[in-house]
Design a binder for this molecule. Structure first.
Ligand code: ZN
Length: 288
């Protein structure tokens, strides 16, 4: 069997999504999460039609459609992208064809509209088709009303990419934080389009400042979580950043830093997914 490094992360993710079943998790009020196609997809049902946050991979459409149908017969009318990455936007075109207007940060549209290289994935994405592009974009903040729900969309500034936004369901006290949080896994950080470890730490600090112990937090990847889990993630990011920064400031090369295992205390809990301890050390090393 080929390793992830040999196959490539993008084909590995698409292959995983092509096999994965879609799990439906009801959260609160008329909000659910679909898990199993790239990033977590939040769904709000109701009389104005379904609103989705993130689109997953197109290969999952045959399993996403029945999962959506199981929630309600409402048509799909709105889609919000948390950022531009393929595992959150690949389904944009079919969802738009199904009736969804697409809202995103202006940099999501910018990256989707042109050929974009992600060095960390050794992959260059061609421009997305016109029907996959966001139809409404914003820079700092945006508000939306749908199904008697007020949505607050807020740009993080550069974090995991330069296009990340949070989406708050205000009445339900639910927030989708996109890929600023991978719950239970070291996160990918996309330096090619503006991400950095310090941006991730800043974004996580902001997430912690806007949630309470009652808030339901939808991460980009991993199970739905809460403030306690997000706090552990913050501590992990800060601690590993400190360890790697110390090694780099002592003149250690990347290879020496990886060999020193600056993530060792966290690997059992966080290092068991796409981002291995060595890859995550490299991502942090690039930014300190
Ligand atoms: Zn991402």
């Amino acid at each position: 069997m080929k390793t992830i490094e040999e196959t490539g992360i993008v084909p590995t993710m698409i292959n995983a999504a092509s096999q994965a079943k879609i799990d439906v998790h009801p959260l609160r009020r008329n909000i659910s999460v679909l898990e199993g196609s790239g990033g977590n997809i939040a769904v709000l049902t109701g009389k104005d039609g379904k609103l989705l946050i993130d689109a997953g991979f197109t290969v999952s459409k045959p399993r996403i459609v029945p999962a959506l149908d199981s929630l309600s017969p409402d048509p799909i009318t709105q889609l919000i992208n948390t950022h531009w990455h393929i595992d959150h936007t690949d389904g944009n075109a079919w969802l738009h064809a199904a009736g969804a207007a697409i809202t995103a940060h202006e940099n999501t549209k910018k990256h989707l509209a042109t050929s974009t290289r992600v060095d960390g994935w050794s992959y260059t994405f061609p421009p997305a088709p016109a029907e996959a592009l966001p139809t409404t974009t914003f820079r700092d903040a945006h508000r939306l009303h749908h199904n008697d729900t007020a949505f607050a969309l807020q740009y993080y500034g550069p974090a995991h990419t330069d296009s990340d936004i949070s989406v708050v369901f205000e009445e339900a006290d639910v927030i989708h934080v996109g890929d600023t949080w991978w719950n239970g896994f070291y996160p990918f950080i996309d330096y090619s389009t503006g991400g950095s470890i310090d941006g991730m730490i800043r974004a996580t600090k902001r997430n912690l400042s806007v949630v309470t112990d009652q808030t339901i937090i939808i991460p980009g990847h991993g199970p739905v979580g809460n403030k306690a889990g997000l706090s552990q993630y913050y501590d992990m990011l800060v601690s590993i950043r400190g360890n790697v920064s110390t090694l780099k400031s002592r003149g250690k090369s990347l290879e020496e830093a990886i060999a020193a295992k600056p993530t060792a205390a966290y690997d059992a809990k966080w290092g068991q997914f796409l981002m291995t301890p060595a890859i995550f050390t490299q991502l942090v090393y690039s930014g300190v």
